[in-house]
Design a protein around this ligand. Structure first.
Ligand code: NAD
Length: 725
């Protein structure tokens, strides 16, 4: 193979004897390929060289990195964009360079193995053809929407022209990755082959598309991918209008209109989706990109993304020998989920409960989670069966001795947990890590009967385990560093994000979230309707209103946690007595019983009159007067009380970094991501203002709002939680 004398460092051209040019991307000094400004400029030059060489018959673009094609543009460069004009220039430049690929007169093929994201996929879309490997590491996505922007290098133009409109919209609006095989199915890829044959198959594919019959074959295959009704509908003007209208409605339902990027995507596609690709269409894309790239929303989302990358790198260094066997004690809602996550990560799992029906329920819950992966084609049936074989159940302690770690997830009761922890200690060697999944008890309180507290750690999974990425790893005063590192490493192996936090009741996330939930029930007791409370906070950007969330968690479960925190933190977490009444009513347990603050009998949940009826009695008993509130009052009472508790957590060192706290609240509670996190929100609103508003709320509603000392200090000194970006 001949190497053409390219001057750039990122791109090289190798020409094979049949005059197929292989354009190879290998960004120097990086593990993955990113389309940095330099790499783009170098691509620009290299494409000119290719275009000038008339001997070349075809161009195949591939990556030199292991298991990775191109992960996208450089996100740090995105954050550095200072003006609308600069953003437009960046978009136009990318469009112009990719247009050079599209304009090459010979067939062009993107050869994709590994991650192909954002700008990487837009580059591939500018090629005539795409071949993918069917390896699990191959995934294709345009995730820009998650960063508050849209694909600005031609993606909004080429994707809906290549794929059925609903598929293209879904890719851009959800930003989710697609496997190589799925890409082949929807027509995004023209072939999917095992990685070892990718080079050979590319050569064969090129030979094919150099003939008119071969080109026809590819076209036919692409058309076949669009034969369903919705795809066909997308080809008529009326059908297009219908699909776009529906997409817009879905976005509004999902986001309450607070995210501009998905709406811009629908809008740009709607305005530009004609047969021919015209410069004005690309200009519309660049315009929309430039508007979005400089919004605070985009900056906040990009900030969170970079934060999560840093978080992944934060606690590194695992145990000397890998964790292979685990025990789970308590096969309830959490135990079943934890067993699933452990088995999925390849561990052998021994799960214990007090009777067989409970064990079976936990095993069935794990099986259900695997099945949902199979249904979504994220796992094969064979892999599921193998994984399920790794979980075995028991009602005694047999089989626990070889465990590298035992996680207890029994009922939230200090006495029972003490007993269970003591038993665990007698059935495993002193080297086995013992973890607790408690939500509200402190490690200090739990550790008292333990002989070897250095190997005792908190592993707080969130519910549902298969959907929640975050796991709090709690380092108690006596927990050894090795134990914390091993626990964090295990969490990472489960594909989740560990955040190490200090020991206190409720740890970080629940300690901050509970005041929000408690405050909402106070407002309910004061006569504000469930609907008003929840809608105000959904419009603020929470994924669901607080009372819906309490229903979701289970009112009895939430009440128990709230009471624990009340006994730990006193007056500022005093629980509204209506919550106790709802629990005492026995039938209103939330979604699981079909009735709570809402009724879940059919379709959309609607407010439950039975819950409302309990309010007046509670009001009388507590001497609470009905109140008039504005939506802003509702939001401030619920959100600023969290800011106040978060300030205390920082002050006490539960976490030392506001960025971690923000990440944890976004990932653990769904706190409005576009606001960049709880503390970022407070910073942007102005600490002094937040402080003054809290004082005002304290005068009106009670001392629980009085600004924490740390917040007072920040306000006095004109400081923020975060360093300015
Ligand atoms: P659950 O009631 O669904 O399950 C608890 C299980 O523990 C039951 O199956 C019970 O039979 C079993 N159990 C009780 N005593 C036992 C013993 N001595 N030995 C073995 N098993 C025993 O409860 P859950 O919701 O799964 O909660 C478990 C733990 O996880 C609690 O500490 C809870 O605070 C915590 N947690 C719960 C959630 C949640 O949303 N449910 C979230 C995070 C953490």
């Amino acid at each position: 193979m001949m190497k053409l004398n390219t001057k750039t460092r990122s791109w090289t051209i190798h020409i094979d004897p049949e005059w197929v040019a292989w354009l190879v991307f290998n960004l120097p000094g990086e593990k993955v390929n990113k389309l940095t400004a330099t790499a783009m400029a170098e691509l620009d030059e290299t494409l000119d060289e290719l275009a000038a060489d008339e001997r070349i018959k075809a161009v195949a673009i591939r990556s030199e990195k292991q298991d990775s094609f191109i992960v996208g543009a450089d996100i740090n460069e995105l954050l550095a964009i200072a003006s609308v004009a600069e953003a437009r220039t960046k978009s136009e430049l990318g469009q112009r360079i990719f247009a050079k690929i599209a304009a090459l007169e010979v067939p062009t093929v993107a050869v994709i193995h590994g991650a192909c994201m954002g700008g990487g996929l837009e580059l591939a879309l500018a090629c005539d053809y795409r071949l993918v490997s069917d390896h699990p590491k191959t995934s294709l996505a345009v995730p820009e929407v998650n960063l508050g922007i849209l694909p600005g290098w031609g993606g909004t133009q080429r994707l809906p022209r290549l794929l059925a409109l609903p598929v293209a919209l879904k890719m851009m609006l959800a930003g989710k990755p697609m496997s190589g095989r799925a890409a082949r199915r929807v027509g995004l890829a023209d072939g999917a082959v095992t990685p070892a044959f990718l080079a050979d198959q590319t050569r064969r594919f090129v030979d094919g598309v150099l003939t008119p019959a071969g080109v026809r074959r590819v076209r036919r295959r692409r058309r076949r991918a669009q034969r369903d009704l919705l795809s066909r509908l997308g080809r008529t003007p009326l059908g297009r209008r219908f699909i776009l209208h529906r997409a817009r409605k879905d976005v509004l339902n999902r986001t309450h209109g607070v995210y501009p990027a998905p709406l811009e995507i629908v809008d740009v596609v709607g305005r530009t989706l004609r047969r021919r690709l015209e410069p004005a269409h690309f200009a519309a894309e660049a315009e929309a990109f430039s508007r979005l790239a400089v919004t605070a929303i985009s900056r906040n989302l990009v900030g969170l993304f970079l934060g999560s990358q840093r978080m992944k790198r934060r606690v590194k260094g695992g145990p000397d020998r890998p964790t292979i066997a685990a025990g789970v004690v308590g096969a309830g809602i959490m135990g079943g989920g934890i067993a699933w996550a452990l088995a999925r990560a390849g561990l052998r799992v021994r799960m214990k409960d007090i009777n067989w029906p409970a064990v079976n329920q936990g095993t069935a819950a794990a099986a259900g989670m695997f099945k949902s992966l199979v249904d979504r084609r994220k796992m094969t049936k064979g892999a599921m069966n193998l994984a399920m074989h790794r979980i075995t159940g028991t009602i005694d302690w047999r089989g626990f001795r070889p465990s590298d770690i035992v996680i207890e997830a029994v009922v939230e009761n200090l006495k029972i947990k003490h007993q269970v922890l003591t038993e665990i200690e007698t059935h495993v060697p002193p080297t086995t890590i013992i973890a607790t999944n408690t939500s509200s008890l402190s490690l200090r309180a739990l550790a008292t009967p333990l002989q070897h507290p250095r190997r005792f750690v908190g592993l707080h999974f969130f519910n549902p385990v298969n959907r929640m990425q975050l796991v709090e790893v709690i380092a108690g005063k006596k927990t050894s560093r090795d134990t914390v590192l091993a626990a964090a490493e295990l969490v990472r192996r489960m594909g989740k994000l560990p955040i190490v936090v200090g020991d206190c009741p409720g740890f970080l996330v629940n300690r901050i979230l509970l005041p929000y939930l408690i405050e909402s029930t106070w407002m309910f007791e004061e006569g504000v309707t469930t609907d008003r409370i929840d809608h105000a906070l959904e419009r603020f950007g929470m994924p669901m209103g607080p009372l819906r969330l309490v229903d979701e968690v289970g009112i009895d479960t939430g009440y128990k946690v709230a009471k624990e925190l009340e006994s730990a933190y006193g007056e500022r977490m005093h629980v509204a007595s209506v919550l106790g009444d709802v629990v005492d009513a026995g039938t209103l347990l939330g979604k699981k019983s079909g009735r709570g603050f809402y009724l879940y009998d059919n379709g959309t949940p609607r407010p439950n009159d039975d819950a409302n009826a309990l309010v007046s009695a509670a009001r009388e008993r507590d001497g609470v007067a009905p109140i008039e509130v504005t939506d802003a009052d509702i939001v401030d009472r619920a959100v600023l009380i969290m800011v106040n508790e978060a300030a205390r957590c920082l002050d006490e060192g539960v976490v030392d970094d506001p960025e971690l706290l923000d990440m944890a609240m976004v990932m653990g509670t769904g706190f409005a991501p576009f606001r960049g996190g709880l503390l970022r929100y407070a910073d942007e609103r102005g600490i002094e203002r937040v402080h003054d508003r809290l004082e005002e709320l304290a005068d009106r509603y009670g001392e629980r709002f009085r600004p924490a000392g740390f917040l007072q200090k920040l306000a006095k000194r004109g400081r923020r939680f975060h360093a300015a970006r």
